[in-house]
Design a protein around this ligand. Structure first.
Ligand SMILES: Cc1ncc(COP(=O)(O)O)c(C=O)c1O
Length: 429
């Protein structure tokens, strides 16, 4: 039984909080980032084109000095994930857009994805005037329910975008098998999945045809803003590189543009920070994994609380988020949102995350959106109908999901014990 929400012992009602010390902050940074940026500033070479912008510079993998930091960051990020090619871009959203265009996605094509994700996953599809089609989520992992994909395939389906939500791997075996059978492109949204490993060998972002990462400030490799596209396919790489570089071709005239591209080039300052952040990634992920295991084994004992289940063959996790499922009825009635408010008052930071699914966003069926599609003679589905089709997503958004940020998992055992104490105070009498 949970303690009564009116109890005077709760910090939200003036009681003593479980914790007043702050948890580790994010991003982690020190003089290494400051020095790396200062070196770029002093060099006067602030964009990759001050070096060679036309092709991947793979001449020297250890040396940084005298080389474009963007080249070096691409090279190191690709190597860390076992990918052949990388294109560094301005953010994760544009990485996804470029991937879709490199894959040949055209207006009216359908792309199957998950509704439990950041809006960028849907926007990248809709910005090509393509049509997002959603599976529900698996209630235990919160990732796309791969068993629903085949039932959604039509002759217009061209791609699948699995999102490794929170850093937990999607069922890529099933997704890739379906994609092969139906000739679909697989673009992984790996915005949460830096350094996430399957079976001790392969990394998220290299399990499909292309993988897209974000380095926005909250991400496990943080540069403020930034993104990266990984692929092992030279044709996708060449096209993505050209698209991010305003459609230029290597060796051709500077003012000659072969594709309708973007200027999505990462700048040298961003890459300089990314190189330093990447050096911390695997040690930080290992710490998060250890703390997550300790935390979750205790939280799973509490009434109404169940940590999301990790992919069984996941060997390195990023734990971009520690995801918890809360069942208010099983816990005695306190709502998810009241529990979150009470936990924050106890000094345990947590949040509800996406409080509605992607398909419930106002623009999805707005007149403005409908008219853009109508101009291309494309009819959008009635996204309101997904409410019925995606009961697990609805429950996660409106009453069940609790998010703990990855920075909390960078603490020590005593930090985990405080989180456990906070939940225990609220969920047991
Ligand atoms: C799942 C997911 N996909 C894509 C993105 C887009 O990344 P960015 O913010 O770098 O554009 C984000 C980041 O916020 C995300 O969480």
């Amino acid at each position: 039984m949970p303690v009564s929400f009116d109890s005077p012992t709760l910090a939200i009602n003036g009681g003593t909080p479980v914790r007043t010390r702050p948890f580790p902050s994010w991003p982690v940074h020190n003089d290494s980032e400051t020095d790396a940026v200062a070196v770029v500033a002093k060099s006067g070479k602030w964009w990759r084109c001050a070096y060679s912008a036309d092709e991947l510079d793979t001449k020297n993998t250890d040396q940084i000095e005298g080389r474009s930091r963007v080249d070096v960051f691409e090279e190191r990020f690709a190597k860390a994930h076992g990918a052949k090619y990388a294109v560094a871009v301005t953010n994760g959203t544009v990485a996804l857009e470029i991937a879709l265009r490199a894959a040949g996605i055209r207006p009216g094509d359908e792309v199957i994805t998950t509704p439990y994700t950041f809006i960028a996953t849907s926007l990248c599809i809709m910005n090509q005037l393509a049509v997002p089609v959603y599976t529900d989520i698996n209630p235990h992992s919160y990732n796309m329910d791969a068993s629903q994909i085949e039932g959604l395939i039509t002759k217009r389906t061209k791609a699948i975008i699995p999102v490794h939500f929170s850093g937990n791997l999607c069922d890529m075996q099933t997704i890739n098998a379906i994609a092969r059978q139906h000739d679909l492109v697989v673009i992984e949204d790996a915005a949460h999945a830096h350094g996430v490993e399957l079976n001790g060998s392969q990394y998220a972002g290299t399990l499909g045809d292309m993988g897209c990462f974000s380095f926005q400030e909250s991400k496990n490799v943080a540069t403020g803003e930034g993104g990266m596209l990984l692929t092992n396919d030279k044709r996708y790489y060449d096209m993505a590189f050209s698209l991010h570089h305003l459609g230029r071709h290597a060796g051709e005239l500077w003012y000659k543009h072969f594709h309708q591209g973007w200027n999505a080039r990462m700048n040298e300052f961003t890459a300089a920070i990314g190189i330093v952040q990447l050096e911390r990634l695997f040690e930080q992920n290992a710490r998060r994994m250890e703390n997550s295991a300790y935390l979750c084994s205790a939280l799973a004992e509490l009434p109404g609380l169940e940590p999301c289940r990790n992919h069984p063959d996941l060997t390195k996790h990023s734990h971009h988020l520690q995801m918890l499922r809360y069942d208010a009825d099983a816990a005695g009635g306190m709502s998810r949102d009241d529990l979150i408010d009470a936990l924050n008052a106890e000094g345990i930071p947590c949040l509800a995350g996406y409080t509605f699914p992607n398909y419930a966003n106002p623009f999805m069926n707005s007149e403005e959106t409908q008219s853009r599609y109508a101009a291309a003679s494309i009819t959008l589905p009635d996204y309101a109908a997904y409410t019925e089709r995606c009961p697990h997503t609805e429950r996660a958004c409106y009453s069940e999901a609790i998010w703990l940020e990855h920075r909390l998992l960078l603490g020590d055992k005593s930090d985990m014990d405080d989180i456990i104490a906070g939940f225990t105070k609220l969920l047991t009498k």
